[in-house]
Design a binder for this molecule. Structure first.
Ligand code: 5AD
Ligand code: FES
Length: 346
């Protein structure tokens, strides 16, 4: 067993910031071992459908923020969404992620209708929503309609830092309430954060890890911050590969059973980013199923990869990359080993 001491805040902070390659490597090795213990060499595939880039929010880091008048807006019709699912199903996916901005056109009625339509066609598939903050009653309706999972990154667990990344109308307290409500309703919940956002300190990252321990989410989405030119943070430096890999490994070690995606953002800052993410404890990939015509428009950050590829290309490209590193693609639902519905510890 690798000797990585994470017994206290000081020890964790040490690994958050270490620039010693040997130490980082021992962290990744320990994370790999823990991942293997719970999930073996399997890497779960989720098909990502980016169904709307309209957003009423104005997060300072995000390319589809309301104030970005350069962004060309789209939303997919129900038929287009169902077509993406059909493509995905044919390619072997058993798990769909419906992601979008906070788009008021997609009322609770429309989201419910969408979930019901997908559920009718695919009774056994996992249906994941990633559509931001809504009322508890809305989350309950979507759950009744057949949604099983919900991704909502907390972005940063430090109140002051949250205030520097978002306009004053948004609050970390509200974000946390949503996450605990989702977990309580019985969703498999994904939280997560960006690495290297402006004003982030090592202490902020420690708070992220401590918050995650309390929430005990089924999945944790972690990717580097990547500047998007048309946003207020367009000229800020982005997060690095090493920083992000360390946070992935630390998350694996502190939340051994959680699902950890090797994100598209990580693949964007380094050609081998996703593979190295898997080597640092990640065990999920989320290839794109969105129609090729709209992919470039879902530009949360600059230079996003895979925007010129068809769904089938990403599916098989990812499979090849995974096998090259000795991992085994798993197209099943890929449920989290974290228990469902059990109240979080606070
Ligand atoms: N760089 C990296 N990730 C970003 N996201 C939004 N904007 C950026 C950016 N500029 C992430 C957020 C959000 C997820 C869907 O994408 O963490 O929750
Ligand atoms: Fe999209 Fe490789 S994953 S082309």
């Amino acid at each position: 067993m690798n000797m990585v001491d994470l017994s206290g805040d000081a020890e964790i902070l040490h690994y958050i910031t270490t620039d010693d390659p040997a130490e980082a490597e021992s962290l990744y090795a320990a994370a790999r071992e823990v991942r293997e213990e719970h999930y073996g060499q399997d890497v779960y595939f989720r098909g990502l459908i980016e169904f709307t880039n309209y957003c009423k929010n104005d997060c300072y880091y995000c390319g589809i923020r309301r104030s970005n008048s350069n962004a060309e807006r789209y939303h997919l019709s129900m038929e287009q969404i169902l077509y993406c699912c059909q493509m995905g199903d044919m390619l072997g996916y058993r798990s769909f992620v419906l992601q979008g901005g906070e788009d008021p056109w997609f009322t609770d009625d429309r989201i419910t209708e969408m979930v019901e339509a997908i559920r009718r066609e695919y009774p056994e598939h996992a249906i994941t929503l990633s559509i931001g903050e809504r009322k508890r009653e809305s989350y309950e309706r979507f759950f009744q309609a057949g949604a099983n999972r919900y991704l909502l990154r907390h972005e940063t667990a430090n109140d002051e830092h949250y205030g520097k990344l978002h306009p004053a109308v948004m609050s970390l307290a509200e974000r946390k309430d949503c996450l605990f409500a989702l977990r309580d309703i019985g969703y498999q919940v994904g939280a997560g954060f960006m690495v290297g956002t402006p004003y982030q300190t090592p202490e902020c990252l420690l708070e992220d890890l401590r918050f995650l321990e309390k929430l005990d989410p089924h999945m944790v989405g972690i990717g580097p911050f990547i500047p998007q030119a048309a946003t207020p943070f367009g000229a800020c430096p982005g997060g690095t590969l090493e920083q992000t890999l360390r946070m992935l490994a630390l998350t694996r070690l502190l939340l051994p059973k959680t699902l950890l995606p090797a994100t598209t953002a990580l693949g964007t800052i380094d050609p081998r980013g996703r593979e190295l993410g898997l080597m640092a404890g990640a065990n999920v990939v989320m290839p794109n199923l969105s129609p090729k015509a709209v992919r470039k428009l879902y530009a949360l950050y600059d230079n996003k990869i895979c925007t010129g590829d068809e769904a089938a290309e990403c599916r098989f490209c990812m499979e090849g990359r995974i096998r090259d590193y000795g991992f085994v693609p798993d197209m099943g639902r890929g449920d989290s080993r974290v228990e469902i519905g059990v109240p979080a510890s606070v």
